[in-house]
Design a protein around this ligand. Structure first.
Ligand SMILES: Cc1cc2nc3c(=O)[nH]c(=O)nc-3n(C[C@H](O)[C@H](O)[C@H](O)COP(=O)(O)OP(=O)(O)OC[C@H]3O[C@@H](n4cnc5c(N)ncnc54)[C@H](O)[C@@H]3O)c2cc1C
Ligand SMILES: *[C@@H]1O[C@H](CO)[C@@H](O)[C@H](O)[C@H]1NC(C)=O
Ligand SMILES: *[C@@H]1O[C@H](CO)[C@@H](O)[C@H](O)[C@H]1NC(C)=O
Ligand SMILES: *[C@@H]1O[C@H](CO)[C@@H](O)[C@H](O)[C@H]1NC(C)=O
Length: 380
């Protein structure tokens, strides 16, 4: 079976949906494929129960549709999913579900992208040719779990944060959370609130802020130099949280907004974890050196027994596994080679949406840029 289309979009998460909506506004035909049985599977199936959008709603809108006026400032997961469902309906987006892209390559002779997909339920192969190809498969496509000597032999449960739902089944257990980003810190809080004896591995410096502080910063930085805003945010955070270094939490040298812009690392928005760390409910531990049975050994020869380890150690892009001739746009990690804001376009009609570590606001920008660029080439 072979299908022709103007634009092929790979992935029906927020980035693919936003690109589809922008193309529709410009009357450009497209096909959008998704390997799962639903859109935004990350939000529907791979997110913990208590998740809310970390950022205020004004920074989390997709193009051409606002949140309802009465929506809370920080949108809960279920309301975000509902927003996406309304978005799909509004722009009449019809993703081809259960359709996994296995390879895409550029045909120099026919001057088009040639893509192989497979229906994952029937195993039937489907081929697409398209003038333009949009990679919207996400930065969160596969779980990233670090190599730790002895991890295979760990006697307890090992899960990645994307499969963690709630702490209710961990009451009374000794649980280790590895990773101190927003997911790790919130999961540690959730575990401790459900009565798990919780420890967290904090391996590197991290900015802890409040959601109000970061909202203020994101608003101020639209008119004020980033170093001045960062300086102000660090002072406010230090005032709110005090010096956390004796609890194993050290601030990076770069300020929170600059660090995000330069490395993609987000500040951690505290949900109550810091209070529990301060009063000793959650224990902070350093790097793991090895694992043996159910004993985890830390650098400095300390060791403890655990029933479960939750890896909140992030994700990987998998675009490189199927995208051939993508060198003009992606590096070996399947992430953009060029820096923001020039990251979204490669050669021969190749684009990426949502790979610049800039959350939903970045996704909205990518989608608009891509659709406008395709429009100027398509109608030319
Ligand atoms: C826990 C968590 C909380 C977050 N909170 C916020 C927040 O508050 N604010 C914010 O701005 N950002 C947040 N982000 C970041 C970002 O906005 C989300 O990750 C967002 O879902 C990214 O959208 P996406 O479409 O780029 O990727 P995804 O949502 O991952 O969608 C990609 C889709 O592509 C599909 N796919 C992958 N490979 C293939 C293939 N080969 N063939 C077919 N389909 C494929 C996947 O199944 C998936 O459905 C958060 C991220 C996480 C993990
Ligand atoms: C943990 O290890 C990393 C690199 O392996 C290192 O950069 C970091 O300083 C270590 N952290 C601690 C707290 O020892
Ligand atoms: C720590 O603080 C939390 C939240 O304020 C409280 O519920 C808990 O009892 C405190 N624990 C200790 C050991 O002080
Ligand atoms: C809780 O976890 C810490 C760190 O692993 C450990 O030292 C302590 O003994 C545990 N407490 C209980 C009651 O098991």
């Amino acid at each position: 079976m072979e299908e022709q289309t103007v634009v092929l979009i790979v992935g029906a998460g927020p980035a693919g949906l936003a690109t589809a909506a922008c193309l529709t506004q410009l009357s450009i035909p497209y096909v959008i494929v998704e390997r799962e049985d639903c859109s935004a599977s990350l939000w529907r199936n791979r997110a913990y129960d208590r998740l809310k959008l970390h950022l205020a709603k004004e920074f989390c809108e997709l193009p051409h549709m606002s949140y309802p006026a009465d929506a809370p400032t920080y949108i809960p997961k279920d309301q975000f999913v509902k927003y996406l469902d309304n978005y799909i309906e509004r722009f009449d987006i019809r993703p081809k579900y259960h359709t996994a892209i296995e390879s895409c390559s550029y045909d120099e002779v026919r001057k088009c992208w040639f893509s192989m997909a497979r229906d994952v339920t029937t195993s039937v192969a489907v081929r697409y040719t398209s003038k333009f190809l949009v990679v919207a498969s996400g930065e969160n496509s596969a779980e990233n779990i670090p190599m730790i000597p002895g991890l295979q032999s760990f006697a307890g449960e090992v899960i990645h944060s994307s499969r963690y739902k709630s702490g209710s089944s961990y009451s009374g257990k000794n649980v280790l959370v590895v990773g101190c980003g927003n997911s790790g810190m919130e999961i540690a809080y959730d575990l401790a609130s459900h009565g798990a004896n919780t420890s967290i591995v904090i391996r590197s410096p991290v900015h802890v802020v409040t959601k109000e502080i970061i909202r203020l910063g994101m608003t101020l930085v639209q008119h004020t130099p980033v170093n001045i805003v960062d300086d102000f945010l660090v002072r406010m955070s230090n005032f709110v949280f005090d010096d956390l270094s004796r609890h194993g939490i050290v601030r990076p040298k770069l300020g929170p907004l600059l660090l995000k812009a330069e490395t993609g690392r987000s500040p951690v928005i505290d949900v109550g974890t810091v209070g529990l760390i301060k009063n000793g409910t959650i224990k902070v531990l350093g790097n793991i050196s090895k694992i043996k049975g159910n004993i985890v050994e830390f650098e400095g020869r300390k060791e403890s027994a655990f029933d479960a380890i939750v890896f909140a150690t992030g994700y990987k892009s998998t675009a490189n596994m199927w995208l051939k001739n993508g060198e003009s746009m992606l590096n070996n990690d399947g992430l953009p080679m060029k820096e923001f804001p020039n990251h979204w376009k490669g050669a021969n009609g190749l684009y990426c949406a949502g790979l610049a570590k800039r959350g939903l606001a970045g996704i909205a920008m990518d989608a608009k840029n891509i659709a406008n660029d395709i429009s100027s080439n398509y109608h030319a």
